[in-house]
Design a protein around this ligand. Structure first.
Ligand code: FAD
Length: 286
């Protein structure tokens, strides 16, 4: 198993994100997806965490299972919302004993009803990063938002807060975006603030136009008009995926050519689109 900071120090990382399955059928389907993606030799895979701890046990169980039963290095997402320092110490203790060495420290989205979650000892992801830094065992990642975080008052201010996180954390993974210029502008703006830590672009291949457009609206990513036009009126699911894979392949190739330190694929717990992009890019598989 490996710390992501060590992997990034020696080369590019190609990695995948999963969310914890909600029921037995989803669990079986995810097991198949993981088996299909294991052959792509991911540097690591990450598992999302419901803000406020809503998926706490399911996230933990999936991470511990992957650590024991597969050859893949897992990374745990962890959020500030609804967590005290004592909660976080308990979760970290579980991960430490399971041999999980990588944590993505996140703000988490505030719940629609604050009564749904308990009090938090952390206002921002930076506070969680500072807590995690007290434990040398973990390699720590943070979230980056190429087009600015939706709650930010300005992109410049969002970059300053991101730069602050990256002075302590080892690396960042970005929110998804559809045009390389957003990522490249962020790298330039961070470089101007003295940040040189690796920032891995997050890639969301479009496999369902409506779903991805809704996710883009929530995350602050622009769904470009040219992509909406290409998908307009396309009903066949295979054709939607073909277009999504073609567009994502071009984006990945542009990002790698521009020097990105890796690619992190939002798989939505499916393997086909990611495998097709791998094949298009000529990335090695076993
Ligand atoms: P922060 O860094 O805390 O930033 C949140 C906002 O506060 C930003 O607008 C920032 O500019 C601002 N800010 C930061 N510091 C300060 C300060 N000192 N003063 C004033 N304002 C400040 N969510 C989940 O719930 N579970 C997940 O598993 C999950 N995984 C994700 C994975 C990735 C790769 C990404 C990119 C996002 C993920 N998210 C997840 C979503 C994320 O939690 C939300 O986008 C959240 O709203 C912000 O998270 P953050 O870590 O960027 O927060």
């Amino acid at each position: 198993m490996a710390r992501i900071s060590d992997l990034l120090a020696v080369g590019r990382t190609f990695s995948f994100e999963f969310f914890p399955p909600k029921n037995d059928a989803a669990q079986l389907s995810l097991g198949r997806t993981i088996a299909e993606l294991e052959g792509l030799n991911p540097a690591f895979v990450s598992v999302t965490y419901g803000a406020g701890g809503s998926t706490r046990e399911r996230t933990r169980d999936l991470l511990v299972w992957m650590r024991k039963e597969t050859t893949i290095s897992p990374m745990a997402h962890l959020t500030c919302v609804g967590h005290t320092r004592a909660d976080i110490n308990t979760i970290l203790g579980t991960y430490r004993s399971a041999g999980i060495e990588n944590i993505l420290a996140l703000g988490g989205d505030p719940p629609s009803d604050p009564a749904d979650v308990g009090p938090s000892d952390y206002a921002y992801a930076l506070d969680l990063v500072e807590h995690l830094c007290q434990d040398e065992g973990f390699s720590i990642g943070v979230a980056a938002h190429p087009e600015g975080h939706p709650r930010s008052t300005s992109r410049a201010q969002d970059r300053r807060f991101l730069a602050e996180k990256l002075r302590r954390a080892d690396f960042a993974i970005t929110q998804f975006f559809f045009e390389a210029e957003h990522y490249l502008r962020m790298i330039d703006e961070l470089a101007a603030l003295g940040v040189t830590k690796p920032i891995i672009p997050g890639i969301m291949p479009v496999t369902n136009g409506g779903q991805v457009q809704r996710m883009a609206e929530l995350s602050g990513a622009v769904f470009p008009a040219w992509l909406a036009r290409r998908l307009d009126g396309v009903e066949d699911a295979d054709e939607v995926r073909r277009i999504g894979v073609e567009v994502a392949t071009t984006l990945c190739a542009d990002l790698l050519a521009a020097g990105a330190p890796g690619l992190h694929f939002y798989t939505l717990n499916r393997s086909t689109a990611t495998r097709e992009i791998y094949a298009n890019l000529g990335l090695p598989v076993s």
